[in-house]
Design a protein. Sequence first.
Lengths: 291, 324
Amino acid sequence: MTSAHRGTIFLETARIVAHHSPAPEQWLLTLEAPECARRAAPGQFVHLQCDPALPMRRPLSLLRVNPDQGWVEILYKVIGQGTRQLAQQQTGQALSVMGPIGQPFRPDPQRPRALLLGGGVGMPPMIFLADRLRRDPQAKPCVFLGSELPFPFPIRPSRVLIPGLPADAIGTLALLEDWGIPCRLSSARGQPGCHAGYVTDLARAYLTPLDAATRDQTALYACGPEPMLRAVAGLAREFDLPCQVSLEEFMACAVGGCAGCVVPIHTANGIAMKRVCVDGPVFPAAAVYPA
Amino acid sequence: MAPACPDDPLRIRFCGLDFANPVVLLSGCVGFGEEYTRVAGFSNRDVGAICLKGTTATARLGNAPHRIWETTGGMLNAIGLQNPGVEAVVRDILPTLDFSETRFIANVSGSTVEEYAEVTRRFDDSPIDAIEINISCPNVKEGGVAFGNDPEMSARVVAACRQQTSKPLITKLSPNQTDIQANARRCIEAGSDAFAVINTLQGMAVDLRTRRAILGNIQGGLSGPAIKPIALLKVYQVAQIARPHGIPIIGQGGIASAEDALEFLIAGASAVGVGTALFYDPLIVPRITAGIRAYLDAQGMRHVGELVGSIQALSGTPGAPHCP
Ligand SMILES: Cc1cc2nc3c(=O)[nH]c(=O)nc-3n(C[C@H](O)[C@H](O)[C@H](O)COP(=O)(O)OP(=O)(O)OC[C@H]3O[C@@H](n4cnc5c(N)ncnc54)[C@H](O)[C@@H]3O)c2cc1C
Ligand SMILES: Cc1cc2nc3c(=O)[nH]c(=O)nc-3n(C[C@H](O)[C@H](O)[C@H](O)COP(=O)(O)O)c2cc1C
Ligand code: FES
């Protein structure tokens, strides 16, 4: 009689294990939240109390989780009051965390070549997905990340060749290189080792030389600012590839109760207003950006 | 009004319905009754009743994003009554609810008096426990607050719904009107069994970067702690009219603690509603009920009904309004 979703989101008073700013305006936050860590999947997020004085929580994606040690990690950019207050919170203090929330990315086992595209604060879910895919012997992930701010992780020249890419795409995140996952970076502002342009430029250069059989094994997964997602959806259409995108919208409850976070989604029965928090945040790109 | 139930100091009867306690989850904040059960430790059994999302005769997509915005001590919302239409609610959603856990109250809206009546008629023929008439939604162009701010229109809507049902009818009053007492009086004459006081206050916010209104609907409804003092006064005012008729009130607007809830009970509410506070603390209800219990103990009271409307006259001028 009652819903299968019961008891799937956990409210935890999470101690801050680590909190530092690896690059301007960006913070890495590690929280002790064992229930969330045990169940989290890439694409899911937490709804976090940034400060007791604010009436609303803030949605932030999961970057990495450790189910055994019971921590979750978040990468956030300082935007306004909430994230500014969050940046003030010290190691050892506790924050109320709700999670994991939302529909995760669902990698297609028929298409082991997973092309992961992350822009700005859309990077965290893609790194989490890469972390999961490296444990799958069938999967062949490749990651392109773009950022206008300095990257919040160490960069080094990659030793892994990716055919077709522009000559300035040299750098990778040390983290992904250590995981054995091919990765390249882009920055329209021009950063050392990064392609001067967009992640979608790298994706196009990667997809163009693929033969039909390889293309049939490829799928796109993306998270980032709206113009980037729109461009990625366009690429998916052009190369006839399935594509999942993760969306953002202002949230109040983050459990499906208020219908505050909806976006228009195209369905067989016309437009439906779907909740980013529990129906998403991951949606098929074609349903968000139809031809 | 809420006869003492010797076994449990918090159990009340509200319009003949058995509420496990006086805390009600508010319309529009908890979807169609199952959404918050996602949160581990949350149980529908912990609340007296749940008001479902505003429902209209046919499906509505609601307003364009953005629909919500944080404000000082609260938030604005402009959902625009997104709902699948009463037929889908009765056919597809009500059968999935567990009525052994709590009482479920429908929330009825419409653009015309006829639509309110039609939705009420459909809910009358359903397992729903009671019907709340939302004549105070600030986020739709027709109906809603346009009806609720005019006592005559309010009474017409209530009378039309009354004809369609013998289930308890709760009229949800708007704070955006000049004389809420006149409105309450007319709604009682038209057959309202209870009141919900208050719905949200109309407000807006501007994006300084774009110089556009933040909400897709331009204006929205303000809720949360920021509106509590206003809500409390409105409850106190409506109680003056309603309590002599034995008509109970669900007091609401910014309740975020047991202390807030107690203030509303003392001001004259028989039950208290929690909406926006859930967004910050999904497990707030057991904390509120525990706090009410502790207060009753400390005051030597045996039942929450003893608190309702127990506000004391100011010394010197018993019962008289206090003018600064
Ligand atoms: C599912 C999801 C995952 C996210 N993951 C991340 C992440 O991993 N890292 C990161 O840095 N940011 C992420 N964001 C965006 C992040 O939620 C906002 O940047 C943050 O809420 C801004 O709050 P603020 O008070 O600092 O800014 P303000 O602009 O002052 O916020 C005002 C209000 O608007 C809301 N708001 C503003 N921008 C956004 C936005 N882009 N998305 C949702 N709500 C917004 C705030 O929550 C707040 O209620 C995510 C958003 C969503 C919906
Ligand atoms: C997101 C949101 C949606 C709402 N939708 C409805 C609705 O459909 N019908 C209704 O009668 N009231 C609706 N309300 C008003 C609430 O039920 C409640 O009366 C109001 O928010 C005041 O209580 P609060 O401060 O505890 O939230 C809504 C409020 C919010 C915040
Ligand atoms: S934030 Fe309330 S439904 Fe998504």
